[in-house]
Unconditional design. Structure first.
Length: 268
């Protein structure tokens, strides 16, 4: 087994809100993508809730996760630590937009299987020796703004007094509403300290017998023009770091939003 990693900060930031765990002792690997906060909180080191959340998960899977635990147990316990940390910092935990949160993609490699667990839009893909590439996880953040609009329409019909849609043309107002959809049936999954997270963890496993490689990425490695299968093939060909640089070039060329880019590519 050999692996490569890449972690590049967004062109518009100084510090990445992504984090990565490479725990070779128990063969646990993961990427974590902190959700950029709406509120201005920063800790004594000047770090925001996104950085704190993703790195809390990194530290948990580096230092506290044990080989006999399931990935689901690890996420639940790390998530409880996140809630504890928010309370210590006087975060209003009853306000969804105040909560610190992170997306998660983590795997545990064993002799006969690779277990995986996921929240949000960090993604896991796998390739078999027959050349078949599978997307193992669902991106629950995709189209969230469309689903949010649909939910608001439904709520208005139910008599809820909501602002007109023009109010949600403001990105901040849109994000505040979207955060209220975290870990709900028609929303998206994310580790944000709430106990209900346990109901929304995507779990699975794949047989190692025919497994050739596996890829874990944060959404910053989604190519603006290609699908994930195509991106996997490019990463297989040129490597994670060069692929990340290609996306940066595309961001600059097209003047589009630049995100943190984190990935782990493992070959068996």
């Amino acid at each position: 087994m050999e692996f490569s990693t890449s972690a590049r900060v967004s062109l518009s930031k100084k510090v990445s809100e992504d984090a990565m765990v490479v725990n070779n002792e128990i063969n646990v690997y993961g990427v974590f993508d902190g959700a950029t906060p709406i509120t201005p909180f920063k800790n004594a080191d000047g770090m925001n809730g996104a950085y704190i959340a993703s790195n809390l998960f990194r530290k948990y899977f580096e230092n506290h996760f044990r080989a006999e635990m399931t990935l689901s147990e690890g996420i639940i316990l790390a998530n409880r630590r996140l809630m504890k940390e928010m309370k210590l910092n006087n975060i209003d935990i009853n306000c969804p937009e105040e909560l610190w949160s992170t997306c998660v993609a983590v795997i545990k490699i064993e002799k006969y299987k690779v277990s995986f667990a996921q929240l949000g839009d960090c993604m896991i893909l796998a390739e078999n020796y027959n050349g078949e590439i599978k997307i193992l996880t669902k991106d629950t953040v995709k189209d969230i703004s469309t689903r949010a609009k649909m939910r608001r329409e439904k709520e208005r019909k139910q008599g809820l007094n909501l602002p007109d849609e023009s109010y949600y043309q403001s990105i901040k107002n849109q994000l505040i509403y979207n955060r209220s959809m975290a870990n709900t049936v028609d929303g998206y999954s994310v580790a944000n300290g709430t106990e209900v997270v346990a109901n929304y963890i995507q779990l699975g496993s794949i047989d190692t017998k025919h497994l050739k490689s596996i890829l874990l990425i944060s959404d910053g490695l989604f190519h603006p023009k290609f699908d994930l299968i195509h991106s996997f093939k490019v990463i297989r060909e040129i490597g994670l770091e060069d692929y990340s640089k290609r996306i940066e070039m595309e961001e600059l060329k097209s003047k589009i939003h630049s995100d943190d880019k984190t990935g782990i590519y493992i070959r068996f």
